[in-house]
Ligand binder design. Sequence first.
Ligand code: SF4
Ligand code: SF4
Length: 352
Amino acid sequence: MKQIDADTFLAELSSKARLRRQPESVTFELTYGCNLRCVHCFNPTHRALPQELSTSEVLRLIDQLAELGVLTVTFTGGETGTRPDLGEIFRYTQHLGLLIRLLTNATRVTPEFVALLDAVHVEQVCVSIYGATASTYEQMTAVPGSYAAFHHGLTMLTQANLPVVVRMPVTTINHHDVQACRILTENLGQKFQYCLDITPTVTGNLAPLEYRLSPARKNAIDQDMLSNWGAASIEDTCRPTDEFIECDCGHTRFAITPYGEMNLCTAFPIPRYDLKTGTVSEGWELLKRTVDEARPNNRYDCATCAVRSYCRQGRNDAWLETGDMSVCLPHYKQWAELEHRTHALLHPRRPD
Ligand code: SF4
Ligand code: SF4
């Protein structure tokens, strides 16, 4: 019998799901409440407002996810650890046979939290790291003492042998700490990823972009990290295709907000289908139509763009920044051109 590892198994399932247009992965934002106030955050409130989903509403949606054949639920926030009903939600999700992934800032980890993650066989715990020292970390989070809480939490998760990945959003504040964060992570025996993309808030506020690195600085970080790509990697989210909306959203994945809105992705908050009055199954049909009927307008240049294979702009980036999915954003164009030139220098015989 052919033996494959879990990652290969999930990748094969994902590829089959895409062919069948079957949702297999959901990002479920349980709350916008968070104990930190990160400068680059796309969270619109940092507070849990009364319209957030109740426990019974969350469980009802998880029932529907299982009925629809979803395999993996990634719970995120805000900070999921601020929800007092997290244990009930996780146990119910596991009981229905769904795989659980979790995004957390790890500042509220307790022995009970660790025991819960172990009991529900969490498939991945993705911990955000904002800096390798208290000074840098807390310039990012704006909360004194948060670095010590994070470090303690990450150490506890590590000691419990949970499947941790440490992910760093790189900004103008912490970019000098990328290697130090990698070393801190690897010294704990964990995998390190970094992410160079900073997006506007989900409500279209551009303030987080103030902390976005220039294309030149992003390119320099990639070059510096090249030698470590065996252990560290750029965050891998969606797989590009030739379609207009070129990622997996609306093909095999979608997202749910704390208010019960069903969207293509946490960073692509359309079409805001209301799950408080409708069903996940009906919402999925609307999401598929949203992707299939999206068409470029006369501002769309990607089809003939010479640097397309180097471009990291998604349709969501254009939509969040300008309200028009077709637009080419100068930041991403400069970044792609720089990548193109860098690759030409590294591989002078590489054909265009
Ligand atoms: S921990 Fe996450 S949700 Fe909380 S403020 Fe920071 S980036 Fe935003
Ligand atoms: S650089 Fe602009 S035109 Fe080229 S692929 Fe990227 S978004 Fe499209």
